[in-house]
Design a protein around this ligand. Structure first.
Ligand code: DGJ
Length: 727
């Protein structure tokens, strides 16, 4: 619900459990008065303190009020260069070189439904959503900003975006255009980020907000393995079930910056948006620029409550499901089994083994096209390699279909190998500045996706492949970070636009793919989880979570991922042991339990399994098919952290009728303790049977006293406990 109080000039956004409020003060400054647990019927600006603070300047029109300073006030969208020294939300350079921006309130509008953003991913939703549009103007430059807010009451979700318009007579260069600014009255907060690297994505890091600005971001052209564009602020000591938590996600897959400041007066500010480094967007008079969407959830009831809200909101209002609610297929992918070295016959053998055990989709990974026997050549030549697939793609797909499996294919459309027909024909299509040697990574260059002719050519080649056979799934991979970011298609003054135009180009092509091939399930991938973000999820309902398929490392990666992103989005497969990345051997049971907390599949040749392992695989697939809805759509709870003696998590049907708790032990020690795990989200009064056993336990007992765990017999032993409520 969005309310405007004309006498107080407050705009209040209520969700079920939270309230967000701003107020246009007498000077037209849009103050931010509150974001937190729900408060009704109150102008919360009484919380704002005013004091004459040394070295905190006063705007000219408030010169008589020495206690009025933008440097101390909580602002809805912070200014630049006019006396607030905390992180600016936006910066605009005028033709005279000045870099001041002072946006003041100039009206608003409240609408039913949710706004959308042209060419950019955004949460969607009709019923139950409202939009607030607030107009801000900088009269000196003629730059106007429309602050957009989408309010989804049932998930306590507020989305934001900003659209700039140059209404002046002179061109303006936008140098920063953040999507979200959040000022909070107390800096006694912890800042939580999700960091790591390739094969080590999204590890949770948590520390008290220190004086000054702490930031994470990416200038790699993708949201990155290194830092995720989802961050949290919380009360010190907040836990899964208690404490005030704020989560903010950028719905964007390119460069980003998240800045959190503990100010001199112990207030906090979070600014989130496109990274200003390498960014500059020229706005001629009349032109507009839309900053990507950011979304916020405030949970008064700890991390679990926050996760429940994100997962439900993303599943229902962000991820577009090409299968319309049908279960996602269990897949077998040949990558770790063969890498580039396969024949059509070998692929069919792998598919046959998978089909015999119940898998439903076979995915042919890298190496099927052009001259591609290793990662040094072939990218860009999206034509079937006749040596590897002599009968052509259609014949192979038909053979796999004949096994009762659908067929999926791997592509890396944004890249080109120097050793490729495409590069030889169009060397200027790769990003790179004239006269400067390009940086190689995995021996490949990046295509200039800002250019329509480049995208059109690649898209046409992909269409020829997709039209040649019944393809049900596409894995869209990216295997390097951007460098030499310079486009031959843009003048010198517009090179600051390339990073953003690049990602807009990716979105445009993914959108075309979705519209032209609505039946295709798209899986995002960037060397695993290098582009795992809310923006990508708008186009690709699932994303390969990490190239690291070691079950134990995955516990940590999937744990971090789970804070924001729902299980149905997390690409997760069982792979062969010893694991290629860690050399670790875990049982097929353990690998299955971990991979099952995702899209589920096998990244191996199941023909190499022993008969006993094959029986386990068969049972795993049956189990997953039976419980997929619970696993992927259920209420997700982390029951422990990966550095505890065991890692446990749980999915529960929203009505509490069934639940699945999964537990993976760490290294075992002799004479270890008896442990119980406290479950969550059950119906307290229902009685549950565990794994079909004879005993019944009340939900209250399982949540308060816990479920005792068997003693582990070896390292990394895993269990699943399926709980069913008795009628
Ligand atoms: C990186 C991906 O994450 C892998 O799964 C695999 O598809 C390789 N690329 C292929 O080059």
């Amino acid at each position: 619900m969005i309310l405007y109080d004309p006498s107080a000039r407050t705009l209040t956004l209520h969700t079920r459990r939270t309230t967000y409020q701003m107020k246009a003060d007498g000077y037209g400054v849009l103050l931010h008065t509150w974001y937190g647990p729900r408060v009704d019927g109150q102008d919360l600006s009484y919380l704002i303190g005013y004091a004459d603070r040394g070295f905190s300047p006063n705007p000219r029109e408030a010169a008589a009020r020495r206690d009025y300073s933008l440097d101390t006030l909580p602002q809805e969208y912070s200014t630049c260069g006019v006396g607030d020294y905390r992180p600016a939300s936006a910066a605009a350079e005028q033709p005279d070189g000045s870099l001041m921006l002072d946006l003041r309130y100039a009206g608003h509008e409240i609408r039913e439904g949710k706004y959308s953003l042209d060419g950019l991913p955004a949460f969607f939703g009709g019923e139950g959503w409202q939009t607030l549009s607030v107009r801000l103007e900088d009269p000196h430059s003629g730059l106007a900003a429309e602050l957009l807010y989408g309010v989804c009451e049932r998930y306590d979700l507020i989305t934001r975006a900003v659209v700039f318009t140059n209404e002046g007579r002179q061109p303006v260069l936008l140098r920063k255009a953040a999507s979200l600014c959040l000022d909070l009255p107390s800096a006694n907060l912890e800042f939580i980020t999700f960091d790591g690297g390739h094969v080590r994505e999204r590890g949770l890091n948590r520390s008290l907000l220190r004086p000054g600005v702490q930031s994470v971001g990416s200038v790699r052209g993708a949201s990155s393995h290194q830092h995720n564009p989802f961050v949290m602020l919380c009360e010190p000591g907040a836990g899964e079930e208690h404490g005030l938590v704020y989560g903010a996600a950028l719905v964007y897959s390119g460069n980003f910056l998240a800045e959190a400041e503990r100010s001199q007066f112990e207030t906090a500010r979070l600014v989130l948006g496109i990274h200003p480094q390498h960014f500059g967007w020229s706005l001629a008079p009349g032109e507009r620029f839309a900053a990507p969407e950011a979304a916020m959830v405030c949970s008064p009831d700890g991390f679990a409550g926050m996760t429940h809200r994100w997962h439900a909101a993303m599943r229902e209002c962000l991820i577009r499901d090409p299968l319309h609610g049908a279960r996602r297929p269990v897949l077998v992918n040949n990558w770790e089994a063969t890498e580039f070295h396969f024949t059509a016959q070998r692929l069919v053998e792998i598919a046959r083994e998978g089909a015999a055990l119940g898998a439903e989709l076979f995915v042919m990974d890298d190496g099927w096209f052009g001259k591609r026997d290793d990662d040094r050549s072939g990218l860009g030549d999206w034509v079937v390699n006749p040596q590897k697939l002599p009968g052509g793609l259609n014949a192979l797909v038909r053979q796999v279909n004949g096994l009762g499996m659908r067929f999926g294919i791997w592509v890396e459309p944004e890249m080109v190998s120097e050793d490729s027909e495409l590069y030889r024909a169009h060397p200027d299509w790769a990003l790179g500045a004239p006269g400067r040697p390009q940086t190689l990574s995995r021996s490949q260059l990046v295509l200039d996706f800002t250019r329509r002719e480049v995208r059109d050519c690649i898209y046409a080649a992909l269409c020829r492949v997709l039209d040649s056979a019944p393809i049900a799934y596409v894995k869209w991979d990216v295997n390097r970070s951007l460098a030499d970011v310079w486009s031959a298609a843009l003048p010198a003054a517009r090179q600051g636009e390339v990073f953003h135009r690049y990602i807009l180009g990716v979105y445009e092509m993914m959108d075309r793919l979705r519209r032209d091939y609505p039946q295709i399930l798209l899986e995002g991938c960037a060397g695993g989880g290098g582009r795992f973000d809310a923006g990508m999820l708008y186009y690709a309902p699932q994303i390969w979570c990490s190239d690291n398929t070691d079950a134990i490392d995955r516990l940590r990666i999937q744990y971090g991922t789970s804070f924001c992103y729902p299980v149905c989005a997390v690409g997760s497969h069982v792979s062969a042991v010893p694991n290629v990345h860690t050399g670790r051997t875990t049982s097929i049971e353990t690998r299955g339990v971990v991979a099952m907390s995702g899209t589920f599949g096998y990244e191996m040749d199941l023909g190499r399994c022993t008969e006993a392992e094959k029986q386990v695989v068969r049972r795993q697939i049956e189990f997953f098919k039976r419980h997929c809805r619970l696993i992927q759509q259920g209420v997700y709870d982390r029951l422990s952290a990966p550095d505890d003696a065991f890692t446990a998590w749980q999915q529960t049907a929203p009505d509490g009728t069934e639940a699945l708790a999964s537990v993976v032990w760490g290294p075992v020690h002799a004479a270890g303790p008896f442990c119980a795990v406290r479950l969550r989200s059950l119906a307290p009064n229902k009685r549950y049977r565990v794994n079909g056993g004879g005993e019944l336990y009340t939900g209250a007992a399982l949540m308060t006293a816990g479920l005792p765990l068997p003693l582990p017999k070896h390292d990394y032993q895993a269990w699943q406990f399926y709980l069913q409520a008795e009628e």
